[in-house]
Design a protein around this ligand. Sequence first.
Ligand SMILES: [Zn+2]
Ligand SMILES: [Zn+2]
Ligand SMILES: [Zn+2]
Length: 221
Amino acid sequence: MHIVTYRGEYKSDFFLKRMAPSLVSNFGEEKISASAELFSYMFPPLLVMFSFLFSGFLSSNLGVPLWVDTFIVVFGIALGVLAVALGEQFSRVADYHRDTRCGECCEPFACEEFEKPDVKELSTPHSYSVKITRYWKCKNCGHEEARTGSEGIVTCKGDPGVFTPRKISCRACGKNAACEEFKRPDVKEIKKKFWAGVTTTRYYRCKYCGHEDFEVKKQRI
Ligand SMILES: [Zn+2]
Ligand SMILES: [Zn+2]
Ligand SMILES: [Zn+2]
């Protein structure tokens, strides 16, 4: 079993952070969450589809020049990207509201992180998990609270069907290709709006001296 603990980072700032309290008091968190979904998943495909249809309609019925067509399609795609970005901001507002309401005095937007979070990665031959514990303190009543969650990080063991033991040379005794993988790799996926970061950790043990080693590979998909 491998346990790795380290300090993570504070939650990052976002564009609409200062406006979050007034947005939430005017519209409520439910409507903001709903708009986050609409802007992220519904509007972009509709905008792009509509711009294609509209430019097709213009060129076949009115014979507008090609650059007008192209402009409309590019404009539609740009609006789609803007909608995704806005959706992301709305979901950050809803998260921020949930995070910062005090569990003691119930004051909204009162808590802030007062210590960097602890991250704990637990890896066994059959399971792998990542848990993040954040420390919140209320500015209003001083109440401190630790909350643990996975924050949308998806973890799994490498696929056993694809898993083929690989070898690296041993750093302790220096023998070539002496370290063999001895358990299934850990795979961690952190989703962002337009891509996902995948981290694969493979565990090796030297068959001569027993030295253990690991290899971390990061990629974007
Ligand atoms: Zn409080
Ligand atoms: Zn080794
Ligand atoms: Zn060795």
